[in-house]
Design a protein around this ligand. Structure first.
Ligand code: SF4
Ligand code: SF4
Ligand code: SF4
Length: 580
């Protein structure tokens, strides 16, 4: 690639031709602040916080550094008095229509706007105070709040919903001073075909959109002596939670997370990875049955509730392709309130099942029909990784000083196959490890073809006499591409894994928000996924069918994968929904 030379604040460097001013500054060791910019997703140069002085031989002038391309011998000033003055004015203008209630804001301490105001010494936004628009909070969706009084109109949410997820249920309504982010015809988000993925929340720089918070309800349950409060944690949580406590992206905090949950007062700390192993037993069995008995193929995984809702709204005719397996979260709750409750002699009505998930769509999933195996909801509260972080912080637990502790038995026993569920391709790899063993008796471990962060991956595996062609997609615009290919008859896959979030659950909409200034340069999906693959490698058991707790649950309760009882407790059904 051809390189050009630029000078950033007097530092001469060589950068690839086509680099933006922002990229050149980063390469030279200087960060330019941004609010609207998301690499390849929202390159609109609208917020003007990134203004930078450049000189291309005709004197210095201000440009939007995030989108302005470098030219050879360009001089760049990222921090001149003119630049600082311009950024301050922009911040004051943004604050003039902002409610500035930092004390009670969910993002306080982790807000990109608040940080910039601090960095630029903006103490009061009253310079341009005037009449402001007042907006009602939209709480119509199961998973999130929208508070336009805090929105800075950066449009990151609009871009991620429309481009990355291919959904587009939010956009800019009205024009000029009256512009606000909303849905068509002013519908509440809950009335639209939003799939609850929370990717918009993950990228919002401020507290304008946030998950519905159930911390108070969980603390009340813990304080109730009549209740046995169980908690399960999804694989990806251990790869993201450390970020809420300042640890580097990609830090494994499994042991500290377990210790923190115990100190919060949960009666048992269990692992969703156990249920991921259970899911594999059921799903691999379902796949083999479909292949051997002429069932609907390709079979598509069903553990991502954002993806399931997407299929119900946008591809209802393809619902017979979905595996009937409940997600690991729901299988866990269903097993805890049937098998474990019976074993312990506890009335399931007195069990409160809390899940900690990297996902906001799980909040929608717990209220779905056909998710109450014991006659009560399989899961009572689903909290995000972020909510758990806040709970730990508010309880005064010094997270980073905690010792490593182990999950409780038996629903805390899992294999490497369970832990990789949190990364795109992980479910496929785990399912193939067990399906191959069931059909041929062979032991399979690493399947690198389905790993990595590409949005769509394909591979063909020889399983006995069969050639099994598989596809793995993450991010819903990629899912759409794959499904349309299947519908057109251009794909001969037998098995497809789909995750709603790009990169899988490690990048779920409930994971700690990483400032875009970091996300634009670090692939958080890759860093977090490494945690899970390293854990898998380090585990003595790496195939779900080898999990002793899984063997016991089948021997003493479910009999065998796909049994009548397994179907009653572990499988579910879907509904056709409209597009709004
Ligand atoms: S969004 Fe940021 S600046 Fe606005 S109230 Fe919340 S913390 Fe304060
Ligand atoms: S939750 Fe997902 S589908 Fe819903 S508005 Fe946000 S990005 Fe769009
Ligand atoms: S809701 Fe958040 S991400 Fe969306 S435009 Fe407003 S500030 Fe930006």
């Amino acid at each position: 690639m051809e390189n050009i030379t630029v000078k950033v604040n007097g530092v001469e460097i060589s950068v690839p031709k086509g680099s933006t001013v922002l990229e050149a500054a980063h390469a030279a060791g200087f960060e330019i602040p941004t609010l609207c910019y998301m690499k390849e997703i929202n390159e609109i140069g609208a917020c003007r916080i990134c203004v930078t002085e450049v000189n291309e031989g005709r004197g210095f002038r201000l440009v939007a550094g995030c989108v302005y391309p470098c030219s050879n011998n360009m001089e760049i000033l990222t921090n001149s008095p003119k630049v600082i003055e311009s950024r301050k004015r922009t911040l004051e203008l943004i604050l003039s229509t902002h409610d500035r209630k930092c004390l009670s804001c969910v993002r306080s301490g982790n807000c990109e706007l608040q940080k910039l105001c601090k960095d630029y010494g903006i103490e009061d936004g009253s310079v341009y105070d005037g009449v402001n628009n007042q907006y009602e909070i939209d709480d119509s969706a199961a998973h999130m709040y929208r508070d336009n009084n805090k929105c800075i109109l950066c449009r990151r949410c609009v871009a991620v919903c429309g481009k990355t997820q291919g959904i587009g249920v939010i956009g800019a309504n009205e024009r000029g001073f009256k512009t606000y982010i909303g849905s068509a015809f002013d519908m509440g988000l809950g009335e639209t075909s939003c799939v609850s993925c929370g990717q918009c929340i993950a990228v919002c720089p401020v507290g304008a959109i946030s998950e519905k918070d159930y911390i108070k309800d969980v603390l009340a349950a813990i304080a109730d002596p009549e209740k046995t409060v169980l908690v399960q944690t999804a694989p990806a949580v251990r790869a993201g939670l450390g970020e809420a406590f300042g640890l580097p992206i990609g830090t494994d905090v499994e042991g500290k997370m377990v210790a923190a949950l115990r100190r919060l007062g949960f009666d048992k700390v269990f692992d969703t990875d156990f249920a991921a192993d259970l899911t594999i037993m059921e799903e691999a069995n379902e796949f083999i049955e479909r292949v051997q008995n002429g069932g609907v193929l390709p079979m598509i995984t069903s553990c991502s509730p954002g993806w399931v809702k997407f299929c119900e709204h946008y591809f209802p005719d393809m619902l017979p392709h979905l595996s009937t397996c409940k997600s690991p979260q729901q299988m866990f709750g269903a097993t805890a309130k049937t098998y474990w409750a019976e074993k312990m002699g506890i009335d399931p009505k007195n069990i409160v099942m809390v899940s900690i998930m990297p996902c906001t769509a799980k909040k929608f999933e717990i209220g779905r029909p056909d998710q109450s195996a014991a006659g009560v909801p399989d899961v009572d509260y689903s909290l995000t990784t972020r909510e758990l972080g806040r709970m730990i912080e508010r309880a005064g637990i010094n997270f980073n000083a905690l010792p490593d502790e182990k999950f409780d038995d038996p629903l805390g026993i899992s294999t490497g196959a369970g832990v990789i569920f949190g990364a795109t391709g992980g479910v496929m790899e785990a399912a193939l490890r067990t399906a191959v063993h069931t059909l041929t008796g062979e032991t399979v471990t690493d399947l690198p073809e389905v790993r990595g962060t590409s949005g769509i991956k394909e591979a063909t595996y020889k399983v006995g006499d069969l050639d099994v062609k598989v596809c793995v997609a993450s991010g819903l615009s990629n899912a759409r591409e794959v499904l349309e290919k299947v519908q057109r008859g251009e794909a001969d896959y037998q098995f497809i894994e789909i995750m709603a979030c790009p990169g899988g659950c490690v990048n779920g909409g409930g994971q700690p928000q990483v400032p875009m200034g970091i996300r634009n340069f670090v692939d958080i999906r890759e860093e977090r996924a490494k945690v899970l693959y390293n854990l898998d490698k380090s585990m003595p058991l790496r195939q779900s069918h080898n999990n002793p707790a899984i063997k016991e649950v089948y021997d003493t309760f479910f009999e065998k994968p796909g049994s009548h009882k397994a179907h009653e407790v572990l499988h579910t059904s879907y509904v056709k929904r409209s597009v709004n």
